[in-house]
Ligand binder design. Sequence first.
Ligand SMILES: NC(=O)c1ccc[n+]([C@@H]2O[C@H](COP(=O)([O-])OP(=O)(O)OC[C@H]3O[C@@H](n4cnc5c(N)ncnc54)[C@H](O)[C@@H]3O)[C@@H](O)[C@H]2O)c1
Length: 304
Amino acid sequence: MSRIVVTGGAGRLGRSLVAGLRDAGHDLISLDRGVSSAPELDGVEQLALDLTDADATTTALTNAQADALIHLAAVAVPFSAPEDIIMRTNSQLAVSVLGGGVAAGIPKIVAASSPTVLGYGAPAGWIPERLPLDESSPTRPWNAYALSKLVIEQTLHMLIRQTGNATRFAAFRPCYVIAPEEWAGAVTQQGHTVHERLDDPALSAPALFNYVDARDVACFTDTLLQGLDDIPNGEVFFVAADDALAREPLAELIPRFFPETEALARELTGTSPAFSNAKARSLLGWRPKYSWRGELSTRTDAAQ
Ligand SMILES: NC(=O)c1ccc[n+]([C@@H]2O[C@H](COP(=O)([O-])OP(=O)(O)OC[C@H]3O[C@@H](n4cnc5c(N)ncnc54)[C@H](O)[C@@H]3O)[C@@H](O)[C@H]2O)c1
C-alpha cells in the first residue's frame, strides 16, 4: 500500500482514478480547488486549495508525507477558457505542483499530459507521419491547451535535470476518458453521449476515434507507480483502449476525414485503434480491461 496524493481528484478523471486506487488498497489524498461530495471520494482525505499558489502547494504536499504524486489538476478542455488563461494556469500548475512535489521529497511523481500534443485537428491541416500513432510520433501542438501539456512533459525533464534520478517521473497521455456514468448515458467531456459519438463519426474524428475507460487509467497509474523505479526516468505513455471508438474500421473512416491518408491508414483494419498502447504493455505490462463494445453490451440501451 502506498500513500498517494492526487491533484484534481474531484474532477471527471480524478474521481474514477481516486476510487480505483483506493479500491486497490492505497491511501489517497485529493488536492483540488473544492471538496467534492461525489461517492467515489467517500472515505478519501480531501484538501481544498488553489494549486497555483506554489507555497501553499508545497506545504500541503510536504504535510501529506506521500510516497507518490499524480498530477491531474488543469484547465482540462481546449478552448474552455481564453488561451492565455489556459496557458498560464496549466504551466503554473506544472511548476507549482511538480516542483512542490520535489521540494516535499515525494519520490515518485507522474503527471497527466494529453494526446493533443500531437496536433491533430489543426485548422491548417494535420496529417500523421504514420499510423498507428505512438510515443515517437512528433509533437506539434496548435492550441494553448496542447502546448501547456507539452510544458508539463518538459517540466518533468527540467526537474530531472535538477535532481538526477533522486525523484522518479513519468507523464501519461490518456485518450478521451470515458467514466462509468458515461457508459450509462451521461454526457462525455465534449458534451455528447457515447452513443452520439458512435452514431456520428464526425464527433470523434478530430481525435482519431481515441478513447480509454477511466478505470483503465486508474489501473494504469497504479501499474506505472509500481514500475517507475524499473524504467528509464521521464518516460511518456499513451493510455489508450485496445480498439477504436468507431463502428467501422479506421482504414475506411480516417481517409474520410483526413484526405490523402488511405495508404497510411491501410493497416487499421477491424477494430484497430489509431493510438498504440504497445509501449505501456511492453515496458509496464499494462493492458486495458474495458472496451466500448463490452460496456455498451452490458447495458439495456446498448448494442445499436
Ligand atoms: N478527460 C479526458 O478525456 C482527458 C484526456 C486527456 C488528458 N486529460 C487530462 O487529465 C486531467 C484530468 O482531466 P479531467 O477530465 O478530470 O478534468 P476536470 O476538469 O474534470 O478536472 C480537473 C480538476 O482540476 C481542478 N483544478 C483546476 N485548476 C485548479 C487549481 N488551480 N487548484 C486546484 N484544483 C484545480 C478542478 O477543480 C478539477 O476538479 C487533466 O490534466 C486533463 O488535461 C483528460
